[in-house]
Every structure is written in C-alpha cells, then in structure tokens.
Ligand binder design. Structure first.
Ligand code: GLN
Length: 314
C-alpha cells in the first residue's frame, strides 16, 4: 500500500479543484423541484485521512441534499443491526445495471430488491431498520447512524423533504410493489417516508469524506475516534458500493477510477479507498445517469495522480 503524504495530497486536491472547476456539461436534477434551484457552480472536494486530517478545496461546507448517498449509511445500519447474512437474504448485494429508480430492479431479480443501494432495496432497507413498527424510533436510529458515520449530525432540509414528498410517485409504486412480493418488512408508506427523509438530509462534502473514511478505516471514525461498526462489516459495505455505486455506469466508473464510490442526485459523490482514505466531491450538474459531472472528474483526477486503485492493490 502507498503511503500518502498530507502535503502532497494538499497540493493535489488544489490542483484537481483548479483543473475541474470550469468543466462544462450536465444539468441539475429537476425531477425534484428543490434540486433544480441549487446554484450550479458550487464545487468542492474533501479528503479525509485515518489520522484525522481533512484536506479540502472549494465549497466543502455548503449543505446540500445527501440523496442516494444516504443509502450507504442505512445499509451500514442494517448490517450493524441484522448482520451480512440477513441483508443478503432479505435484500441482496447484486449490481442491477439499471437506473437508480428502476422498478425492474425488483422484477428482474425474481421479486428481490437486489441491493440496498438502489431505490427499491433502499426502501426495503428502511423497512428493516429496528425497532420495527415505530417510525420515530426508526428515524432516530437512521439519524444517529448518519451522524456516527459523518462525525457530526446532519440537518433535515425541510424544503427538500416537502419537495420530494410531493413528487415521489415512482418511489410510491416501488414501495407497494415490494409489498406485493413480500419484500418489504414494515409498513410500506412508513418505509417510503423514512427513505424520503433520509435522502433529504443536508450534508457537506467534509462530512461525506469523513463517512467515506470511516468505511475505509474499518468502522473507526477518524474525526470522533468512535468505532461505529464492526470491522468485519467494512468489506461488505465496500462490496455493495463497488457493485452498484454508479447504477448502470458502475462498470465504467470502476474501470476509469478504481475507487468504489456512491453518488446522489444532489451532486455528491462519496468514495472509499479501503485502508487509505475517504473522498467526497460535490457539484450539482449531473450526467444522464444522475451522477455529478465535476465530482466524477475530481475523484478520478486525484486517484489517477496518486496512483491508487482497489484493483491494483496500490
Ligand atoms: N431521493 C432520490 C430518489 O429517490 C434519490 C435518487 C438519487 O440520488 N439517485 O429519487
């Protein structure tokens, strides 16, 4: 494994920021009205190291919608509460090759949600969170687990939550299709509401870098010193991310970056180099698959110039 010097990383993060800052292309998500109105030129990069250092450039303290990156957090919570076997049995750990909001993800896997990192499996994951049948206590568990991973509490973006609740017709159908196949493990409307709320949490690139590093650091949060989850769970969560973090473009992403990472339509990307670091980048304009254009370029740039890649073992 490479030793990464903090000084070298600092200049590389600045360099990546300068290189990517004026990149064109992509557009804000607009199927959730709130997201269409976030300033498009925001851009930040943060890297969190196991020693506690955070290296950052640009808008790393801007609070934006975590969206689908929250699926990683809640998958960690399900792993903490129920263990890897139950997650595999009740949801699955497969790539889908499909868009994030696909209803087919359920049907193709023979009535199985396939992975907690796409909408169907993420709604199923919210249904699995304990204690079941208690929305408030479930929400508390989800919120606390997010804070554990990010190193500080997240805030609910009320306007985003309202915006998303008013427009989540597709996700409603997914929740009830899961019910039809006995693949949702609590009240479907409640699970959907928890999912919508977790997606509407506001987060910063700094917090996402720390969450990525907590996973890279085998469950030990580099900012708080808390062992958030059992270290044996770390490769399970990385396997989920590497399989489907970029939905139907995950193969291309892993091939070009070598860094397991999860995206969200709020414009965030959270990457994990196991044993190495957590990295996050944020910029609202997205490509056709709903992945941030600049955040992808920034993470790729840094990985390539550091010469790190999970597949080379460097
Ligand atoms: N809350 C969004 C949705 O369910 C999350 C999508 C995403 O970030 N890919 O549509």
């Amino acid at each position: 494994k490479k030793t990464i010097s903090v000084a070298a990383l600092k200049s590389l993060v600045n360099e990546a920021y300068e290189q990517v800052k004026s990149a064109k292309g992509g557009a804000n998500a607009d199927y959730i009205p709130y997201l269409a109105n976030v300033p498009s030129d925001l851009f930040g990069i943060a890297v969190s190291l196991p020693g506690g250092e955070i290296i950052e450039a640009g808008d790393t303290r801007y609070v934006f919608g975590i969206e689908s990156i929250s699926k990683v957090h809640t998958a960690v919570l399900v792993l903490r509460q129920s263990g890897p076997e139950k997650l595999l049995e009740k949801i699955g750990a497969d790539a889908t090759g499909l868009p994030f909001n696909s209803i087919m993800a359920i049907l193709l896997e023979k009535d199985h949600p396939s992975t907690p990192l796409v909408n169907s499996g993420a709604i199923a994951a919210c249904s699995m969170v304990g204690p079941t049948a208690d929305a408030d206590a479930k929400w508390k568990a989800i919120e606390e687990n997010m804070a554990d991973l990010c190193g500080s509490p997240l805030v609910l973006l009320e306007e985003l939550y309202r915006s998303e609740t008013a427009t989540n017709f597709n996700n409603k159908s997914i929740a009830w299709l899961l019910k039809n196949y006995n693949r949702i493990y609590d009240d479907p409307d409640m699970a959907l509401d928890l999912y919508t709320r977790q997606c509407s949490m506001g987060v910063t690139a700094r917090q996402l870098a720390v969450a990525g590093c907590t996973i890279a650091n085998y469950g030990l949060n580099p900012s708080t010193g808390k062992q958030v989850f059992d270290r044996a769970l770390a490769p399970k969560i990385v396997a989920l991310i590497a399989a489907v973090g970029f939905y139907e473009h995950t193969g291309d992403w892993m091939y070009t970056s070598g860094i397991p990472a999860k995206t969200g339509v709020g414009g965030g990307v959270m990457g994990v180099l196991p044993g190495g670091f957590g990295i996050a980048a944020f910029a609202p304009p997205l490509d056709d698959a709903g992945n941030s254009v600049k955040a992808q370029q920034a993470v790729r740039y840094i990985a390539r110039h550091l010469g790190v890649n999970v597949y080379s073992g460097d």
